[in-house]
Design a binder for this molecule. Structure first.
Ligand code: GDP
Ligand code: MG
Length: 738
């Protein structure tokens, strides 16, 4: 084998291809490195801007020699001296001559002779089929002296070409591409003008066409339905070398684009001599980057004696190539998108939502690039397949982006909510520190506007025009809703803080006022002290009236404080109602606690003693008594004791003097507003007569001292009073003895 040709199995390096590539070798193996060759010769990226020419003719008629002169190729030429048959196979090389159409690929079909041997005939038929399925122009190389020899080897070859052509187009009725049969008559002596030779050939071809058996449905077809013809004659290469060279050069000028203008077409579809040979209709419309795969498929069908079905082959090619192009597009897509996916997954894993910078711009650019690249390369292939694969690619890309975008918005959502909540809490804290003059609702509004705007910007940056799934309105609304939920929660907390403050204030006020009332008991002259102007003089009997009235006033004031402030939070009426209801309950509980503290055994006993002592030791004018033996100590004692003792039943029950009934606590507290949930321990403390289901009556709620405690208190008070009496008695006697 010739060392300077690339052949099957050779490493595909550019240097190897200087002399072309063996597409099909002697063993009928296809060389899939063809694509490397097309890439190496810059043809692969040419789309449809390339041409294919094949040459036919008897063995050793100077075909390779002609191609090498015409196209500057370096095909194997039989040596003058050895005269042995060259290796069989099909070679391809790119045209190296300028001033021709771009990207002309020339195929040299070797060994197409030996009409006698069956095996050779088989290869001849196969290579003819291969050449016809791919080539626009078929150069038929014949000696001048062979013209008119109908029985000659050439005619046999042409017969094969015609037959396989019909076989091909039986399957491909819709496109029926034509081919140009370009007869190059060699060793033209010049005695017979080319026009005569041409007529002879055309006649022979017509006869040949009539003689071949045509498949069903194509019986009436004419040779011109499939072929155009062109003719050229060349002088003897050895005898007229200079003329040969100049004529070949002239011939070379015809390998440019042509068009089928009326003038350009002669009889029998014959091209005008000077017209460009490449008519668009000859082109097989296989994109250059898919040619190798297509040719391989074609050859596979041919070698395995399968019916060659070009439309099916084109569809298979389209599937293969579209998939390949799609993969390439995805690789480029991955390069940009995968790192972002990984970054997102990682931040999700560690629970730190991360908003990828510039995702929208990067995503849509990368998507657009991938789809554009696919369109440019893949749209050259079978339309149906292309459209399907385009949708597949778009779906794949969009699924990836969708996940990424949703992750992005989820991160934006989480970090937005967090920063909103932080900002509001921070502003509230700062406001509290600086004296509490902050407007909660204003802070919430400002922060909400800020984070909503950020989210809206992010969501909008992800939108891709004409891509419906990139509309994230619903996510935006969800985010806004969550902000409102968070605001509601923060407002609730703020309300709690407010409630706590107000409750503390109520407790402190109650402490003062109730303490004051109970202290008055200690003076024993609550009923005799100087009345304040315009007021009825207070009496011990009015104790509960005053406590209740004071309680009502304090709570009223607290309610005003609470609702004024709550309004500034833009709390809802319901929220305010719940807050006030809780405030009233808690205030009552605080009052009850305070009363309980006052009536604690030691405390109340002390008060009773003071009350008694006041009455016993002081006269009506408030002057301390100096006991004398003549004094009616016992009488005064009994009167004072009985007077103080009347306090015990009074103290035992919280009753208003006017009605002798408990105050209207249930009415005061009011009904539980809907949505009021217990928030702490105090909320769960049942209030008799109010929380009816607890079975505790208002009567019980208003019982300050139980029956047992009351009796106990009576006993103990009497003992205390007795003690005071005995002491007084002693001091009286002692005063006498002095
Ligand atoms: P192929 O087998 O058809 O490719 O023929 P080759 O190109 O290998 O040439 C076969 C032989 O024909 C070689 O010895 C060439 O020198 C010779 N040859 C080439 N061109 C011409 C020509 O134009 N006229 C004649 N008479 N011989 C030629
Ligand atoms: Mg040859």
């Amino acid at each position: 084998m010739n060392g300077h040709f690339a052949s099957v199995g050779d490493e595909p390096s550019k240097a190897h291809y200087e002399h072309g590539i063996q597409v099909i070798d002697g063993d009928k193996e296809y060389n899939s490195s063809l694509n490397k060759y097309l890439e190496g010769t810059d043809v692969a990226e040419a789309g449809f801007n390339y041409h294919l020419i094949s040459v036919f003719g008897s063995q050793s008629t100077g075909k390779s020699t002609l191609l090498n002169h015409l196209f500057g190729t370096d095909f194997n030429v039989m040596s003058e001296t050895e005269r042995r048959q060259t290796t069989k196979g099909i070679w391809m090389s790119k045209n190296k001559k300028g001033s021709m159409a771009e990207n002309i690929m020339v195929m040299d079909v070797e060994g197409t002779d030996g009409r006698e041997r069956g095996e050779d005939q088989d290869f001849e038929r196969k290579s003819a089929l291969f050449a016809l399925a791919t080539s626009e122009v078929l150069i038929v190389n014949i000696w001048e002296h062979q013209v008119g020899l109908y029985q000659g080897a050439n005619m046999g070859l042409l017969k094969t070409v015609f037959e396989v052509n019909l076989q091909l187009f039986l399957k491909d009725k819709q496109s029926t591409p034509r081919s140009l049969l370009f007869f190059v008559i060699r060793d033209h002596i010049g005695n017979t003008p080319l026009s005569n030779l041409r007529n002879t050939l055309i006649q022979d071809l017509s006869t040949l066409w009539t003689s071949i058996s045509k498949p069903q449905g194509l019986e009436k077809s004419r040779i011109e339905d499939y072929f155009d013809f062109a003719f050229s004659a060349l002088p003897h290469k050895i005898l007229q070398p200079e003329k040969f060279v100049s004529e070949v050069e002239k011939l070379g000028r015809r390998f440019v684009s042509g068009s089928r203008s009326g003038k350009n077409q002669g009889e029998h579809g014959e091209q005008e001599l000077e017209g460009g040979v490449f008519l668009p209709e000859y082109h097989r419309r296989i994109p250059a980057d898919g040619f190798s795969v297509y040719a391989e498929g074609i050859w596979d069908q041919i070698v395995n004696n399968k019916d060659l079905d070009l439309p099916t082959q084109q569809e298979l090619l389209a599937q293969f190539r579209c998939d390949e192009i799609s993969r390439e597009c995805l690789v480029a897509f991955d390069e940009v998108i995968t790192p972002m996916e990984e970054k997102q997954a990682e931040s999700a894993r560690i629970g730190k939502p991360f908003v990828l910078p510039n995702l929208g711009a990067t995503g849509s650019t990368t998507r657009g690039k991938a789809l554009k690249t696919f369109e440019v390369s893949a749209s050259r292939y079978h339309k149906g397949v292309y459209k399907r694969k385009q949708t597949e690619l778009e779906t794949k890309i969009d699924q990836r982006l969708k996940t990424l975008y949703h992750g992005q918005l989820s991160a934006a959502h989480k970090s937005g909510v967090a920063s909103f909540s932080d900002a509001v809490s921070g502003a509230v804290k700062a406001g509290q520190k600086s004296g509490g003059a902050y407007e909660f609702a204003e802070i919430v509004d400002a922060e909400k506007t800020k984070v909503l705007e950020e989210y809206r910007k992010e969501a909008q940056s992800l939108a891709i025009q004409g891509v419906p799934w990139t509309n994230f309105k619903s996510q935006y609304l969800l985010f806004e809703k969550e902000l409102d939920d968070v605001s509601a929660k923060l407002r609730k907390e703020e309300m709690r803080r407010l409630a706590t403050r107000v409750e503390r204030w109520v407790k402190s006020r109650l402490g003062d006022s109730v303490g004051l009332e109970f202290n008055k008991l200690g003076s024993g002259r609550a009923g005799s002290g100087a009345p304040e102007e315009g007021e009825k003089p207070p009496t011990e009997k009015d104790l509960w009236d005053r406590i209740w009235k004071g309680f009502e006033l304090i709570v009223k004031e607290a309610e005003v404080r609470f609702s004024d402030r709550a309004e500034s939070f833009e709390a809802s009426q319901d929220e305010v109602d719940v807050g006030l209801w809780r405030l009233r309950r808690k205030s009552w509980i605080a009052l009850r606690d305070k009363i309980e503290e006052e009536v604690m055994e030691g405390n109340i006993l002390l008060k009773l003693r003071e009350n008694f002592e006041d009455k016993f030791r002081y006269d009506e004018a408030g002057v301390p008594r100096i006991w004398r033996p003549a004094d009616d100590i016992e009488g005064i004692y009994t009167k004072a004791r009985e007077s103080t003792l009347t306090l015990i039943p009074l103290l035992s029950r919280f009753r208003l003097s006017a009605t002798h009934a408990p105050p209207g606590l249930p009415e005061f507290i009011g009904h539980q507003p809907p949505g009021a949930e217990p928030e702490d321990e105090d909320d769960l403390t049942p209030i008799g007569g109010v929380d009816e289901e607890d079975g505790k009556s208002l009567e019980e709620e208003m019982t300050v001292l139980s029956e047992g405690k009351r009796q106990d208190l009576v006993v103990r008070f009497k003992k205390t009073a007795d003690g005071v009496y005995v002491e007084a008695k002693r001091s009286a006697i002692g005063g006498v003895s002095q």
